[in-house]
Design a protein around this ligand. Sequence first.
Ligand SMILES: [Cu+2]
Length: 311
Amino acid sequence: MRPLNLITCFCCAVLSSAALAETVKVEMTVKELQLKVDNAGHMQSMWTYGGTIPGPLVRVRQGDTVDFTLHNDKANHQSHSMDFHAAQVDVLDEFAPVKPGKTKKFKYKAEVPGVFIYHCGAEAMSEHIARGMYGVIIVDPKGGYSEAFPKPDREYVLVQGDLFEEGTKPKDITMNKGWKASLINGKVFHYDPVHDSNASVALESKPGERVRIYFVNASINESAAFHPIAGIWDRVWDNGNPKNVRYGMQTVDVPPAHGLIFDIVSPACRNTNNALVDHRMKHALNGAVTVLMNFKDADPDKGRNGNLILR
Ligand SMILES: [Cu+2]
């Protein structure tokens, strides 16, 4: 697979320049494999783009053309597909399923800015998504940053998904039977050392920094009520589009297969912590809590230099 830093590295420069639209090559290989789904290392049979949940972050600028290739590894047992929510194409053509051992290519122009999910649409779609076949594409606005859409100090991607009991039948998954936990970037309580002593990673920033969260809900049936405990969302952009701004929000519902941008600015005068939660308690207390630590010695590399998804 093409190293993803090739896809993500140029965009910081792009936002501040008047660069012409480019063609961005994106290549992914579907892998069906055993994956760690929590911080203790429990494995479960998952299906993935490129071997991780979520799949690789794709980042382009509004107006760019995405030149996409999907390989379905010949070791796989299932047909798979790619549905980019940032694309305006033909569901029966570009998004058609690809058999094991086959490859599919298509191109599209990313014309609408925002944060979009991509996911598998092969039958049964609920099972393919619930097993981890999703990721994020950020389409940065061609107008770049402005007073209305300020440059953040740090950026993180959080994708919430489902975890079902191993072996749950597709028709039960569709009806949410066998649901057992929420995943954040592929793991239960991934960034929450408060609820999970095995968690070793949290989001970090310095006091007073503007932290931008690209939040995508990949749960198959239920919305996520996204709230920053001990904070208030400074601004929220629906679908991540700079035109869709709201100020001073506490809890914002994110429906399945949708994405929003959330900015939070911590008090500049002291160290603080936030818990970024899905305030639906059954989700929060089963995995959907992310700790954001705001302190003077925050890691300068976290949330920067293409390091948006902490693995
Ligand atoms: Cu699939």
